[in-house]
Design a protein around this ligand. Structure first.
Ligand code: CSS
Ligand code: FE2
Length: 196
């Protein structure tokens, strides 16, 4: 049986992070997949409550997720727990707004400076880590679907409330895992993935 393109991508990412833990070739792999493949559609799930996080694959080195955004469903302003984050747009246009917490970035309160905003269309790949900025992601007009690669996996991140300056740690969960709706707690899901 031939392998699904998304499985081929995961295999290529596993090799890439073995070759280079910084994943220098990851953006090109994501862009090529986004430009040429459609099997991600099997993983699409929508919620009226918030954008959905759908786990495609997870290893010790990385995590690949499909995120589905309805109009008006923005992410909070957040960090990436010291990890690298790549976002490839599969459908729609996505806006990214950068923020900086000047002064003490580990403090429980932080006032934020808004930085540049940028819009990414289908097959474009954005990259961010905590040295670059905090950010907010939202669909620009209409819904959007994005593929997110985190290296290493991100189980918790910090969320920044711009009006009060409050900083909160949040655990990141999954709406589905390999296309199946997810009833189990994130920690149990993590344990089911082999560390390949
Ligand atoms: N970090 C957010 C999406 S924007 S990169 C998340 O994983 O939910
Ligand atoms: Fe993010």
């Amino acid at each position: 049986m031939t392998q699904a393109p998304l499985d081929c991508l995961c295999q290529a990412l596993t090799s890439e992070f073995r070759r280079d833990p910084a994943g220098a070739g990851a953006a090109a792999l994501l862009a090529e997949y986004a430009r040429t493949q459609q099997d991600w559609r099997d993983y699409v799930r929508w919620s009226d409550e918030r954008y959905t996080r759908n786990l495609v694959h997870r290893t010790r080195e990385y995590e690949l997720l499909l995120l589905c955004w309805q109009p008006e469903q923005a992410s909070p302003i957040h960090d990436h727990a010291g990890q690298s984050c790549w976002m490839a747009v599969l459908e729609g246009d996505m806006e990214e707004v950068h923020y900086r917490a000047p002064g003490a970035p580990q403090a429980a309160e932080a006032c934020l400076d808004e930085g540049r905003s940028c819009t990414y269309g289908p097959s474009q790949v954005a990259f961010i880590d905590d040295r670059i900025a905090l950010h907010l992601i939202q669909p620009k007009s209409g819904p959007g679907v994005t593929l997110h690669l985190y290296a290493k996996p991100i189980d918790e991140c910090r969320v920044f409330e711009p009006s009060t300056g409050q900083v909160t740690g949040v655990e990141l969960g999954y709406h589905s895992v390999r296309g199946e709706a997810c009833q189990t707690a994130p920690a149990e899901v993590r344990a089911t993935f082999a560390a390949d």
